[in-house]
Design a protein around this ligand. Structure first.
Ligand code: MLT
Length: 311
């Protein structure tokens, strides 16, 4: 036995953090629970910690995901407490859901499913009514259409690769990649001259930037005006990256055909042009395991050896 079960973790939203990661905490060295006092570290997934009183005993925070906007990172930095996250660990899961969103919108799947569910009558009547649906919900195909990707981190790059394989043209813009050398993406990704250039040229626009002061309401009234008519806007990042009023106005004026996003929204979710999901991007068995294992390993390395290695 060590002198002290020396690492005590408070785990929040325990059920959303993969047991595979939790098993890395050797039971004779760690007490893991959501009711421990004076924890050495906090492991969190989606719980909003911004207003939380974080005990002075805490020496590390682990966020089992890519974004850290639910953690008071600046305050923790001032206290010398590292915040570990898991960049890239759930990128494939998010990419797959983005592709589902793209197809849901391009083929009008959500209204088409609702329409079919509401059809009533015998087989002959149903077939006749289905003819109306065929006309009403005709969609568009992806090859040769342009997907504008805002944010070319781990997720944006995987989305770019998948879209190219589907025959799409891809245009990229990243407000955080300013160094030319960092643009060594596939030669098939065209670098947009500006955000407006990307919006003007894309039938589909997908957002993959983190929520920062510089990206908050990146898609505002003015930028919506630059979009193509009937554009499809996908947001699998954070809701704060768009201005809801601007997007709503964009849908109502016919600029935006669909807004597909991975968050519920009191204002938008009942609108027929909006498809919302309950933040499902990273919710796969594999992504949950990858995130938990990556972040727990970093935390243990810090608590045991004092290392600060983020991914
Ligand atoms: C992320 O930032 O990677 C996601 O929000 C992960 C999650 O769903 O917890």
């Amino acid at each position: 036995m060590p002198e002290r079960a020396h690492k005590i973790f408070r785990i929040q939203t325990l059920n959303q953090i993969s047991p595979l990661g939790l098993k890395l905490f050797a039971p004779n060295r760690y007490i893991v629970g959501n009711d421990v006092t004076e924890p050495d570290a906090i492991l969190v997934r989606s719980h909003n910690m911004l207003q939380m009183d974080i005990p002075s005993s805490v020496k590390a925070i682990g966020r089992a995901g890519a974004g850290t906007n639910n953690v008071p990172v600046k305050d923790m930095n001032l206290r010398g407490v590292p915040v570990f996250n898991a960049p890239g660990a759930n990128a494939n899961a998010v990419k797959e859901l983005v592709l589902a969103g793209l197809l849901m919108a391009s083929r009008n799947l959500i209204p088409a499913i609702r329409f079919t569910e509401n059809l009533k009558g015998d087989d002959a009547a149903l077939n006749k009514l289905a003819e109306d649906g065929k006309k009403q919900f005709a969609g568009i195909e992806l090859p040769r259409r342009t997907l504008g990707i805002i944010g070319l981190g781990a997720i944006g790059r995987l989305v770019a690769d998948a879209a190219i394989r589907l025959g799409m043209k891809v245009m990229g813009y990243d407000p955080n990649i300013t160094v030319d050398a960092a643009w060594n993406l596939s030669s098939e990704v065209k670098r947009a001259e500006s955000l407006e250039d990307l919006l003007r040229n894309s039938e589909f626009v997908t957002l993959h930037v983190p929520l920062l002061d510089t990206t908050r309401r990146l898609i505002n009234h003015e930028r919506v005006q630059h979009m193509k008519k009937d554009a499809i806007l996908l947001n699998f990042s954070r809701d704060g990256i768009i201005d809801e009023n601007a997007v709503l106005e964009g849908i109502e004026s016919g600029k935006i055909k669909y807004y597909v996003c991975d968050f519920p929204s009191q204002r938008l979710q009942h609108h027929p042009g909006v498809i919302t999901l309950p933040h499902l991007g990273a919710s796969t068995l594999e992504a949950e395991e990858n995130c938990a294992v990556m972040v727990v390993n970093q935390m243990i390395d810090h608590l045991e050896n004092g290392n600060i290695v983020n991914a």
